[in-house]
Design a protein around this ligand. Structure first.
Ligand code: AMP
Length: 510
């Protein structure tokens, strides 16, 4: 019987020389890992998970700093046949409480420094085991795994069995867990391997977080499935990254990462001469960044588009014979991915007409964890997933994203849902109502800004409110500026006109 476990496909792609370097850490402990290390260490962790006798389909929730061991833990969860649930390491207690309460993971892994509060939340939600894993390779997870065998037969999985849950927020602020199967992940990774023309000698600079689709799946799967070495940065340091271009061929980044590297004098065509491919995604790449990069590096960024629920959907061409890379567009539908644009009545739009982007394919998730109604609402009757992104195709089938029907701010590549932040702001004593918007920001793409109205007789202190929020939600969601106003602009239906607020504050960071 063939095993559709994604780990089997990744393991099969390891090079014959298992002692060759698989991951070379460029910062932190500066360790180097061979392919054999990846195999043995993930086997030990998989054996540890197997020894816990967890029910089938158990979730393993992980909130740790970026480290190679955290990537190995992901591989171990696949290998053992459980469901991986990565959590942004910036999340605070109330956020973790929601995710753990919703997903009910059997195992939670966190940093030692957070063990007290995380374990309290986890045990209350019914979690059986809480392990720790720290950036410096310490913690109970590795201590326990060290006693385990370093060989492990991957659990047998079917293509449609769940491999991971990625939480993405909704307009209501309640995050939804997108259920991704082994088949979703493998089909997308295999297709990208061909379309992005991965070469035998490619070396990937991995500088993205690994709690998100971009760093965990697109980047890691790409390198592993090609048996390619990764140069691993646990923190993004533009100068250090450019210095390693000489040893690499490929980089995946969010626009903020490219903007920050452009600020470095060391970015020159000579510094980039060994690199063959710069990929950008997760947020819109400004045309100025696209052009500046061409000028400063001598190379053209390939912009692609995707999301947690669907993995990668469209991409600018990689090979010259597939066409040119056009700045400001996210390219064409990827092979095997069906993409259509419809109007609000569901009718297909012609080229150049703006509409809702809907997608279908082996890469599209099966639904939101324990939210059948929300799942139904996001799929059309004929099985297309409504991305919530608005855009148009041109005559050559290149797609341009012009906006979002979902109320979403993307700051530094991270998604922020205004309704969620407004919920926290409205709970602050003295706040009567709030409106959270995104405004242009040179570094982050968009910056989170809040406009607050005080309750009668109350005085609001923007600095104190910012500090109070920092203690409750991830830093990237905390508004960079808080305005106190006397009223919010509303339309005749009483709806806050966020477009007017965005217009009013658009030059705030210029
Ligand atoms: P996430 O699920 O966090 O990956 O966020 C997905 C959302 O990010 C998409 O629905 C888009 O709104 C946005 N996004 C991803 N890639 C791009 C891109 N290249 N250009 C514009 N928006 C993008």
């Amino acid at each position: 019987m063939s095993n559709a476990n994604l780990f089997c496909a990744l393991r099969k792609a390891f090079p014959a020389d298992l002692d060759a370097t698989a991951i070379d850490c460029a910062d932190g402990l500066c360790l180097s890992y061979s392919w054999r290390d990846l195999d043995m260490a993930s086997a030990r962790m998989a054996n540890l998970l197997a020894s816990l006798d967890l029910p089938a389909g158990s979730r393993v929730a992980v909130q740790t700093e970026k480290s190679v061991e955290a990537l190995l833990l992901y591989l171990a969860v696949l290998r053992a046949g459980y469901v991986y649930l990565p959590l942004n390491n910036a999340y605070q207690a109330s956020e973790i409480e929601y995710f753990v309460g919703n997903a009910e993971p059997a195992v939670v892994v966190c940093a030692d420094k957070n063990f007290n509060w995380v374990s309290k939340i986890a045990f209350k939600a019914g979690t059986q085991y809480v392990f720790t894993l720290n950036e410096d390779r310490s913690g109970s997870l590795l201590d326990r795994a060290a006693a385990m065998s370093d060989s492990h037969e991957p659990a047998v999985k079917q293509t449609d069995e769940m491999a991971a849950i990625l939480y993405t927020s909704g307009t209501t602020g309640a995050a939804k867990g997108a259920m991704l199967s082994h088949g979703n992940l493998l089909s997308n990774a295999q297709m990208l391997k061909t379309y992005w023309d991965w070469k035998k000698d490619d070396v990937l600079i991995h500088a993205l977080p690994i709690f998100h689709v971009h760093g965990l799946f697109v980047a890691s799967h790409g390198a592993l499935l090609n048996g390619s070495k990764m140069i691993w940065f646990s923190k993004f340091d533009p100068r250090a990254l450019i210095a390693r271009f000489a040893d690499a061929t490929l980089l995946m980044g969010v626009p903020t990462l490219y903007v920050r590297m452009l600020a470095e004098a060391s970015l020159t065509p000579a510094a980039c001469s060994k690199m063959r491919l710069f990929i950008s995604g997760s947020a819109p790449l400004l045309i100025e960044t696209f052009r500046d990069w061409q000028q400063r590096s001598g190379q053209t960024i390939l912009e692609r588009y995707g999301m947690s629920e669907t993995l990668m959907l469209t991409s600018n061409p990689c090979k010259p014979e597939d066409g040119e890379r056009i700045g400001g567009t996210v390219g064409r539908a990827l092979p095997g991915v069906e993409v259509r644009v419809t109007d609000d009545a569901g009718k297909l739009c012609a080229a150049q007409e703006i509409g809702n982007l809907e997608v279908r394919g082996p890469n599209v998730f099966s639904g939101y964890w324990r939210m059948p109604e929300k799942t139904r609402a996001e799929f059309s009757a004929d099985g297309w997933f409504k991305t919530g992104d608005l855009g148009q195709f041109d005559a050559k089938s290149y797609f341009t994203i012009v906006g979002r029907s979902k109320d979403l701010i993307i700051t530094g590549g991270y998604n922020v849902y205004p309704a969620e932040v407004e919920g926290y702001l409205n709970e602050i004593p003295g706040v009567s109502e709030s409106a959270v918007i995104g405004v242009p920001h040179a570094d982050f793409g968009e910056a989170v800004v809040a406009v607050l109205i005080a309750k009668p007789g109350a005085t609001l202190d923007a600095t104190a409110i910012g500090a109070a929020l920092k203690a409750r939600i991830a830093n990237f969601k905390v508004p960079k500026h808080i305005f106190i106003a006397s009223e919010l602009p509303r339309n005749t239906m009483g709806k806050v006109q966020k477009n007017l607020l965005r217009e009013q504050h658009k030059a705030l960071f210029s």
